[in-house]
Design a protein around this ligand. Structure first.
Ligand SMILES: CC(=O)N[C@H](C=O)[C@@H](O)[C@H](O)[C@H](O)COP(=O)(O)O
Ligand SMILES: C=C(OP(=O)(O)O)C(=O)O
Length: 417
């Protein structure tokens, strides 16, 4: 304590007799008392608050972390607890089937500060039935007459995936893909992706979930198009084989209307699955909703990215262009910093404002020496010098004043018997 006092140059403050008898300094475990004596006391009290706040923050975050599971999603990159939100740039099929565009997009994700670039890997005959592949796809977003032709145009080969993985490794960004069927998961396992992404359309595919979970890699599981009952079953099924997984709230509509986002499901998941980091996969336009998800505690977020929103393809419109992705990353990091601590107390950075505008107990009338104080003698104003803070006003009642106090003067601690 002395060291602290010396550090701020007010070593005398703790020896004032009134500080312990009339307005005791609170112990580290009690709520912080506001300074009531003068600016010097304010500095010391703030320094104590700062020291305690560090300890409390540590204790509190240890407490939280016992309940919120954290795990290593990618080599050297933990998620959950107080680790930064993991940001997935979902390239998906926005590469238009062109590997050079895909590489540009991986580089863009890296340059914008995303943690990971993600694709969608299908083994089309395993993901789709023959008739589904043959169905006509008459959309302005179609790359072929049938859905099969369309998907074949957008699908990279195993060799192309190896090339993309090497490229991502070389430039230093994690790369993974959703395995859109069991065979694709086999290939991604062989490709040695850091984690498996499970797309919403496989969240109710229990044989797939079980096999994927058994492989032992961490999993990021999206939950669009599902019911709470199904998600409870997903939790149980995956947990039996693999503790390293996250659940992402998701609504599978492109672009997603804000009315259908239901960020509140994040809270629901946090309550129902307190040992799982919860995240958000968004298909809305813009970045605000995703930033809000992080403020609600999303530990992983995924957003589609594009080089140009006007390009052909189902997902471009709801995707983020590079400037938006960079802004999203900045906003998320800023909000994470701002989340801070739930310990409410006056902070050192508030001292300047407190010195200038913090209020004190002021004499409403002239108070002659020897008067027994009562509430009607007090006003609350910004005083000069700073006096007893108003929250201690009641404690003055019944005490005797040692000196004559003029109307509008600050009432100071050493004026009280
Ligand atoms: C649910 C799901 O898989 N959704 C994916 C991820 O969000 C999407 O990227 C789809 O692959 C895409 O919207 C399909 O578009 P098309 O049908 O034009 O290929
Ligand atoms: C469809 C996917 O994700 P989500 O369900 O999160 O949109 C995906 O990862 O391919």
């Amino acid at each position: 304590m002395r060291a602290l006092s010396r550090a701020v140059g007010f070593s005398f403050l703790f020896s004032h007799p009134l500080s312990r008898t009339f307005f005791p300094l609170h112990s580290a475990h009690e709520p912080c008392a506001l300074p009531w004596d003068d600016g010097g006391r304010a500095v010391v009290t703030l320094a104590v608050a700062q020291e305690r706040s560090g300890r409390e923050r540590e204790k509190e975050s240890q407490g939280q972390q016992r309940h919120i599971r954290k795990f290593e999603l990618c080599p050297g990159r933990m998620i959950g607890g107080s680790h930064p939100c993991f940001i997935i740039a979902e390239i998906g099929q926005n590469h238009q089937g062109d590997i050079e565009i895909a590489k540009k997009m991986i580089k863009m994700a890296k340059d914008c500060g995303a943690d990971c670039a993600k694709f969608q890997k299908s083994e089309l005959e395993y993901k789709f039935s023959k008739r589904a592949l043959e169905r006509p796809y008459n959309s302005k977003h179609s790359w072929g007459k049938t859905y099969g032709d369309h998907k074949r145009h957008l699908e990279f080969s195993h060799d192309q995936y190896r090339e993309l993985k090497k490229y991502a490794d070389d430039i230093g960004i994690f790369l993974t893909a959703s395995g859109m069927d069991e065979m694709a998961v086999e290939f991604l396992h062989e490709l040695d992706v850091p984690f498996f992404k499970v797309a919403s359309c496989d969240a109710n595919n229990f044989p797939y979930l079980e096999k994927t979970a058994r492989k032992g890699r961490p999993m990021v599981i999206s939950t669009g198009m599902q019911s709470m009952e199904t998600i409870r079953r997903v939790y149980k099924t995956v947990k039996e084989h693999n503790h390293k997984f996250t659940l992402l709230q998701c609504t599978s509509a492109y672009p997603l209307d804000p009315k259908e986002v239901n960020l509140s499901v994040i809270r629901k998941y946090q309550e129902e699955f307190p040992d799982v980091p919860i995240g958000y996969s968004g298909h809305e336009k813009g970045i605000y909703i995703t930033v809000a998800a992080v403020a609600m505690g999303a530990k992983v977020v995924e957003r589609h990215v594009t080089l140009d929103k006007t390009w052909k393809g189902n997902d471009h419109e709801a995707s983020l262009e590079p400037s938006e992705l960079a802004e999203l990353v900045r906003a998320i990091r800023l909000v994470e910093t701002a989340m801070g601590s739930p310990v409410k107390q006056m902070l050192p950075c508030e001292k300047t404002c407190h010195d200038k505008l913090g209020k004190s107990v002021i004499a409403k009338v002239k108070i002659p020496k020897g008067t027994v104080l009562s509430l009607d003698m007090f006003a609350v104003k910004v005083g000069e010098p700073k006096g007893i803070p108003p929250e201690h006003m009641q404690q003055l009642v019944g005490k005797k004043i040692k000196v004559d106090v003029e109307e509008d003067d600050s009432i100071l601690a050493d004026m009280i018997e």
